[in-house]
Each structure stands twice: as C-alpha cells, then as structure tokens.
Design a protein around this ligand. Structure first.
Ligand SMILES: *Cc1c(COP(=O)(O)O)cnc(C)c1O
Length: 406
C-alpha cells in the first residue's frame, strides 16, 4: 500500500471516477482500498474509522469473519440458480428470517428499493383482492421527507425535489402527510387506503425520531380502517437502534417490513419483504419476481447475518455504545451542536448556526481519520459499525467534538 508507485494514488483514482462514472454522487475525496471491522484504509495507506457503515449496510463491520466464511463456503457450492428451480438455501433463509422477525412469509429481493416496490405491489394487490378496493383506486399513505429508494415509482412519492425533478411522469396512488403527525395520518386514511408506509425512524431525513406514541397510533388507525402498516426498516432495522427492528421499541408490529442493507452483511445486496401469510400470500406464480432475488449466495450470507442477529450481541452493543454516544453528543448541544437525535448507535446531529457546514465538518473529520457524511446542509449522520470498540468510538467522538467546535 505504501510503495513508491502507489503513494498519493488518491488523485488518480478520483480523476478516473470523475471521467468514467456518472456524477450522481458527491463523494468525499477518499479512495478506499481495504477494510476490516470498523476501519478502512485508503489507496495511500491512511486508515480511517468508518462512522457511516454504508448507511447501515455494514452493521457487522467490514468483512466480519463469520459472514466472509459463509460467503466463501457458498462460492464453492452454487451461487445462482434462478427461481426456475429450487435450491437448498432459499427455504432455510426464509424460515430463519421469518422466525427471527416473528413473521410468517418472506419475499426475497435484492436492493432496498426493490423491497419497497415489492411491498407497494403486494399492498395494492391485497387491497383489491382482500379489502375490496375498486380496481385501480388503491392509495398508499406516505410521510413527507421520506426516503424509500430511487425507482420511478418511489421518487413519485418523495418530497425531495432533487430526487424528483425531470424524472416524471410520476406514479399516482400516493398521499403524503407530515411525518409524526397522527391527526394528518387519520385524515388521509379512507376506504380506498391500502397501506400506510413509514420509516419508524427517518434515516436519510437526518435520523428523525417521531413523537412518542405516533407509531402506536399509526398501528391503531390501520387496524381501525383495515389498512396495512408497512414499516421500511431497511436502514433502521437489524440491530441498528438496539432492537432487532426499530418498531420493537414501541411494541408495535407491522403487517409488512422491508429489510435490506445489513441483510446482505455488507457483502452483496440482499433485501426482503417479510410479513403475514394473509398479505404476502396474495402473490401467485408469474406475478412478481427477480432473477437474482433469493439466490443461493445471497441466502447463505443472509442466513449468516440471521445467526449473528439471533445472538442479540449486536443489539446489545448498539444499546450500550449508543447510550455512550448519545450522552457524549448530548453534551455538545449548545457547544457546537443545536440538536442530537437518534436511537442506539445511530445519531443525526445538527451543527449550530455559525459552525461549519455538514460538508465542511465531514471534510475536517476525514482529515482527522473519521469518515461520515452530511445529510442536508448542517446535519451529519453518525452510524458506526456495531462492532466498533468503545475506544474507537471515543476517538471518533473526540474528532467530531473538534470538528463542530472549531
Ligand atoms: C437505503 C434505503 C432504501 C433503499 O435501499 P437501496 O438498497 O439503496 O435501494 C429504502 N429505504 C430506506 C429507509 C433506506 O434507508
């Protein structure tokens, strides 16, 4: 890594990216070559703490040995069959994921956006076939400032103009209400409503935790009006908040959950919709699918992820380290920060007016060997891998303290 030839390789790789890859991201100027646990190393041999975790895709850290072993083992057997045939990992993956999440059925997909698309399709079909909504009239209620992915249908119900502009015409059938406003949710539900789709904590929006009781009230309204509650736990789920699912904090169950990101162990994209048989059972052969969804390699890695989650160790680490994170960040409110939100080892921090922008703070942190990313102008999202040690966490928080109080 530090041979003469590769020294200061960063600029060259960035130039290549800028010439040949579409400019749909604005990455920090770091070029990662290797990673392990909570650390990554760049092409010039400099090491950084990863305080982003691939937006929660790396909950178990980089190259967790149990996950790499499961992937390697499966690479030596069979990697893809298509769903035209059965294979020996699919049923076990679905059973184990259903048991872990306390659900009855699993629809395996690849990306998070595909899981959300799948949940939208299933909810619509359920509305027509089970609830009896007149054909073509099903509505899905969503929240403002949501993030559910990037497909044309999903950006149709985004409230982020940057995500939508010039991508229309948009998919109809979505009704947007303010996040956290139970009265608005109640007013938006009618006899054509198929589902309410919510992030239990809005990640992309800046780790927004809704008011106490909001999610329970959403559940109650859905029950009252025979509406499905769909929880998008792609970022909030799988131990990030200290529980398996963020909804577990509220004692609330959804009819459908979308899972992704950490489900692939940071190795490959694995997503799923999990839920009740009464809902997911509406799908019949030929109506929905994916060439790669539920492939043997994805299922083998997913099963290893499930085994890690079943120990409860990661949920506990998130709870304990999260309490430490929030107590230290909380002390910065009024001293560089204007607000701290979040749950477990997950925080959105607003930099106080007069301080650096989110981008400037991310760049200052990068210079100190800590990688995280702004979301919106003055907000940073902090989501270290759940394998991070307390010493590493403190080192990162020290750097954040310097970056926001400079
Ligand atoms: C990341 C994310 C998605 C989209 O997942 P992709 O794998 O990027 O398609 C959907 N919902 C939430 C809440 C997310 O955080």
């Amino acid at each position: 890594m530090t041979t003469f030839a590769s020294q200061h390789a960063t600029a060259g790789f960035i130039a290549l990216d800028e010439q040949w890859s579409t400019h749909n991201y604005h990455p920090l100027p770091v070029v990662i070559a290797e990673a392990e646990g909570a650390s990554v190393t760049d092409v010039d041999g400099k090491s950084y703490l990863d305080f982003l975790s691939g937006y929660s895709a790396m909950n178990f850290g980089h190259r967790h040995p149990a996950l790499i072993a499961a992937a390697t083992e499966q690479l030596g057997r069979v990697t893809l069959t298509s769903r035209a045939f059965h294979h020996d990992q699919l049923g076990l993956f679905c059973q184990e994921l259903a048991e872990l999440t306390g659900t009855e059925m699993v629809l395996p997909m690849n990306s998070g956006a595909e899981a959300v698309e799948s949940a939208v399709k299933v909810a619509r079909k359920w509305a027509y076939q089970v609830k009896g909504v007149p054909d073509g009239q099903a509505e899905i209620v969503v929240a403002g400032s949501n993030f559910h992915g990037r497909t044309t249908t999903i950006v149709s119900f985004s409230t982020d103009e940057t995500a939508r502009a010039d991508f229309g015409p948009f998919t109809p059938g979505f009704v947007t209400v303010a996040y956290g406003d139970a009265a608005a949710l109640r007013d938006a539900i009618n006899e054509r409503t198929a589902a309410v789709l919510l992030e239990p904590i809005q990640g992309e929006a800046g780790v927004i935790v809704p008011p106490a009781g909001y999610l329970a009230e959403a559940r109650r309204l859905c029950d009252e009006h025979n509406v499905l509650l769909i929880a998008d736990e792609i970022q909030s789920g799988l131990a990030r908040t200290g529980e398996l699912l963020a909804l577990d904090h509220e004692g609330v169950r959804a009819d459908l959950y979308t899972l992704g990101k950490a489900l692939g162990g940071g190795i490959l994209p694995v997503s799923a919709v999990v839920g009740s048989r009464a809902v997911l059972g509406v799908l019949k052969p030929g109506e929905h699918g994916s060439t790669f969804g539920g492939n043997p390699l994805a299922c083998a890695v997913g099963r290893a992820v499930i085994r890690l989650l079943a120990t409860g160790e990661f949920q506990q680490r998130s709870t304990e380290l999260g309490a430490h994170l929030h107590s230290r960040l909380g002390a910065l409110v009024g001293h560089g920060l204007s607000a701290v939100r979040g749950r477990g080892l997950w925080a959105g921090i607003d930099i106080a007016p007069g301080g650096p922008s989110g981008r400037e703070a991310s760049q200052a942190l990068m210079a100190e060997g800590v990688l995280c990313k702004e979301t919106h102008d003055h907000t940073l999202r902090i989501a270290p891998p759940l394998v991070i040690t307390r010493e590493e966490l403190d080192r990162g928080i020290d750097a954040i303290t310097r970056a926001v109080t400079r």
